[in-house]
Design a binder for this molecule. Structure first.
Ligand code: GLU
Length: 449
């Protein structure tokens, strides 16, 4: 590995030993960049990498909310404005008990490269809170969102930082967050948030965008291998918004998603989550707040495996779409033993470094990285921002066409970058290099700041 990269990774490991997720993502991204650093000594001269692994700023704040019994609760809210070199900070808000500074920074770092890959002018950021929305009433959710926004509103804006949804934050939460922002600011600045409802500036297809984009990307990979998506079986983890979009698009294209998972285990549906009724039921499961995938098995009479992950299933394609570190070494070994060719990450950093390296080293496996595969979500968010600033709304056909073209371009640019550095069809390195190059060039041109 390039010596400068090694020294930066060491610095990060030493300085942030209490932030394992952040260290993990830095290691994954930087270790792809050796050939680029070798070819560009000016980056080291400008100490570009040490500057890149330090967020522009990360802050936390108190969020107090009152439950339905009148009892106050205190949570920690965060926003990490990681890199603003190519555009306003952009990235979702995650409400989940696992949220902490390490998780925020790993997501903000990933987001910086992902957003660059979309080809659109978006910096990288992420935020959230260690709040657990499961089992909360609608009024409690509204109360939490209002309190959260009261603390955050002065630090965001359509040309400064544009949050969106992520785990635990969907259209309902974005609505409450936007309502409070508007009340506090007293202006119509709906470009401050994306993932909004259609009546106040949301983009058509934004809820589907991440899942649709992931399937469009998969189609590019399959085409590269001379294969078609029709008839393919897919194991998916999670049952949220992203998994829902995957199921919907897979169904339209004649592929079958045969697993879904939740914190309680996974379901196996050999017929596929491939009818309107089944796909729509996923939305009901999510909005119930129960956070249980077993409901699906109970309703449609298929098998449920409590406490297990779906990675031992024999399928054509694996798509982890739940959360970080969903696929560790033991699961990777099962995937390899089953001879599965396509490992397509969808959630942010779903694979441990060790498991990722192991699968990438398999000569007959193709591994695609989440920062490319899931970029359709933030890409359509950028389209939502454009529509808001132009005060108009595109049709579903227009958005879908742009999303499809964007996913093709992300795949093409990744392939081109990997080839430029003699790495073959390495989609992981290609995406890291393509995202890095854009941010690096902007940072170099803007001077040492
Ligand atoms: N949370 C999503 C992501 O990980 C979407 C971010 C956005 O639309 O800004 O990319």
């Amino acid at each position: 590995m390039n010596a400068y990269i090694e020294s930066v990774i060491k610095n990060v490991e030493k300085k942030h030993s209490a932030q394992p997720e952040f260290v993990q993502t830095v290691r994954e991204v930087l270790s792809s960049l050796s050939p680029v650093m070798d070819a560009h000594p000016e980056y080291e001269a400008a100490d570009l990498l040490n500057r890149m692994v330090e967020p522009d700023r990360t802050f936390s704040f108190r969020v107090v909310w009152i439950d339905d019994q009148g009892k106050p609760h205190t949570n920690t809210g965060y926003r990490c404005q990681f890199n603003g070199a190519i555009g306003p900070y952009k990235g979702g808000l995650r409400f989940h008990p696992t949220v902490n500074e390490s998780v925020m920074k790993f997501l903000g770092f990933e987001q910086t490269f992902k957003n660059a890959l979309t080809g659109l002018p978006l910096g990288g950021g992420k935020g959230g809170a260690d709040f657990d929305p499961s089992g909360k009433s609608d009024r409690e959710i509204m109360n939490f969102c209002q309190s959260y926004m009261s603390a955050l509103y002065r630090f965001i804006g359509p040309d400064c930082d544009v949050p969106a949804g992520d785990i635990g934050v969907g259209m309902r939460e974005i609505g409450y967050l936007y309502g409070q922002y508007r009340r506090l600011k007293g202006v119509w600045e709906n470009g401050v948030l994306t993932g909004k409802g259609l009546t106040y500036g949301g983009s058509i297809l934004r809820p589907e965008a991440t899942g649709y984009g992931a399937i469009y990307y998969l189609q590019e990979v399959l085409a590269h291998e001379g294969e078609d998506i029709q008839g393919k079986t897919i194991a998916v983890s999670g049952f949220g918004n992203v998994a829902w979009g995957i199921c919907k698009k897979a169904m339209q294209l004649g592929a079958k998603v045969v697993t879904l998972s939740g914190p309680d285990g996974y379901i196996y549906d050999p017929d596929g989550v491939a009818t309107e009724e089944k796909v729509n039921y996923m939305l009901e499961m999510r909005s119930s707040g129960r956070n249980r995938v077993q409901d699906y098995a109970d309703k449609f009479g298929c098998q449920f495996f409590p406490g297990e992950k779906p990675w031992g299933c024999k399928v054509d394609v694996i798509m982890p779409a739940a959360t970080q570190n969903d696929v560790l070494m033991a699961s990777a070994e099962k995937i390899v033993a089953n001879g599965i060719k396509y490992y397509i990450e969808v959630a942010n950093m779903p694979t441990s470094n060790e498991a990722l390296e192991y699968m990438m080293a398999q000569p007959n496996m193709i591994v695609a990285p989440s920062k490319a595969v899931n970029a359709g979500g933030v890409g359509v968010s950028a389209m939502e921002m454009s529509q808001n600033s132009e005060r108009l709304a595109w049709t579903a056909e227009e958005v879908d066409e742009r999303l499809h073209a964007m996913m093709k371009e992300i795949h093409r640019a990744s392939v081109e970058c990997a080839e430029e550095y003699g790495l073959g069809y390495n989609l992981v390195a290609g995406a890291n290099i393509a995202g890095f190059k854009k941010v690096a060039t902007a940072m170099m041109e803007q001077g040492i700041i």
